[in-house]
Ligand binder design. Structure first.
Ligand code: PBG
Ligand code: ZN
Length: 327
């Protein structure tokens, strides 16, 4: 008898229950990290919508707690915080003050939700007047001076009670410098989630509006982020960060860089975190709004496919919406 493989596939697919039973990948609330923007420019119960990121808001240190209530009630286990200060300068001096907006938010959220795994994005770009991710000297990034400032930021987040810092600036030697600095201040328990494979992408536009960088930032990040053509550089950056002591590797954007995710998850030792970035999110939202696609189906499919590609965790602006129908 000739094996008829079509019939077998057909049999697998005809029962809704069997389809669920055989599903190789499922979404669970524990897969997600929910990004939150905290702005020093907002007060009390205020929250401000972000034009380029429909459904996403900037929160005050007070109102971010309400959003945490909502996220926790949906079953979210982890958040990542981004800060928007009122004062920017050449040396990002407001990024490491103990009463900074992120430091205050960490303290506040931790005291209400001690188990919520709080990650804080660690970068200078929201705090520098020019919007670059590092200090600029003679028209170039001063890598080492930037590292010293990043150490101070990490320390201030650790004092506030953060669980994990996520350096997103792509400066050389970041992870080693942060690990040494945290360890010597007795914060060995604070993890590092490095944005190891961060590509110089057109998909960060809405984020730059959300984080208040777009007005000041005129250049590009080609000098420190990976060009979209450079698959091997993505792998190299990830192995350097592993050797330097990172606990996780982030690949971002996620969907267009799935080849990197797949290889790192199959061959690398660290949990891979896919960052479904602002542009990826907003494209789905915009197409949904225009009636071209079903937004929630598309968002769910994106997340499921990221799991299939090997992500252990997914950072997504849609985290609360996607999980609610999939727990
Ligand atoms: C800052 C940072 C960026 C993102 C996360 N951290 C933007 C950038 O590098 O310009 C992008 C996230 C997103 O687009 O959702 N270093
Ligand atoms: Zn940055």
């Amino acid at each position: 008898m000739i094996l008829n493989s079509f019939s077998r596939m057909h049999r697998y697919r005809q029962s809704p229950n069997l389809r669920k039973m055989l599903s190789e990948h499922k979404l669970h609330r524990s897969d997600f990290i929910y990004p939150l923007f905290v702005s020093e420019q907002l007060k009390d119960g205020e929250k401000a919508p972000i034009d380029g990121l429909p459904g996403v808001f900037q929160y005050s240190v007070e109102s971010v707690l309400d959003e945490c209530d909502r996220a926790v009630s949906k079953g979210i286990l982890s958040i990542i915080l981004f800060g928007i200060p009122t004062v920017k300068d050449l040396k990002a001096s407001k990024s490491y003050v103990s009463d900074g907006v992120v430091q205050r938010a960490i303290k506040r959220i931790k005291s209400k939700y001690p188990d919520l795994y709080i990650i804080a994005d660690l970068c200078l770009c929201a705090y520098t007047s020019h919007g670059h991710c590092g200090v600029i000297e003679h028209d170039e990034i001063d890598n080492d001076e930037t590292l010293l400032i990043m150490n101070k930021i990490a320390n201030s987040y650790a004092v506030a009670g953060v669980d994990c810092v996520a350096p997103s600036g792509m400066m050389d030697g970041t992870v080693q410098s942060l690990r040494n600095s945290l360890d010597s201040a007795n914060y060995s328990s604070v993890s590092i989630m490095a944005y190891s494979a961060k590509f110089e992408s057109s998909l960060y536009g809405p984020f730059r509006e959300a984080s208040g960088v777009s007005d000041s930032f005129k250049g590009d990040r080609k000098g420190y982020q990976i060009a979209p053509t450079q698959y091997k550089e993505g792998l190299m950056e990830a192995s350097l960060d592993f050797e330097e002591g990172s606990d996780f590797v982030i690949v971002k954007p996620a969907l267009w860089y799935m080849d990197v995710i797949k290889t790192l998850s199959e061959e690398g030792p660290l949990p891979v975190v896919g960052y479904h970035v602002s542009g990826e999110y907003s494209m789905i939202k915009a197409a949904g709004k225009a009636g071209m696609i079903d937004e929630s189906l598309a968002m769910r499919e994106a997340m499921l496919c990221l799991k299939r590609s090997g992500c252990s965790l997914i950072i997504s602006y849609a985290a609360c919406d996607v999980v609610c129908d999939s727990i």
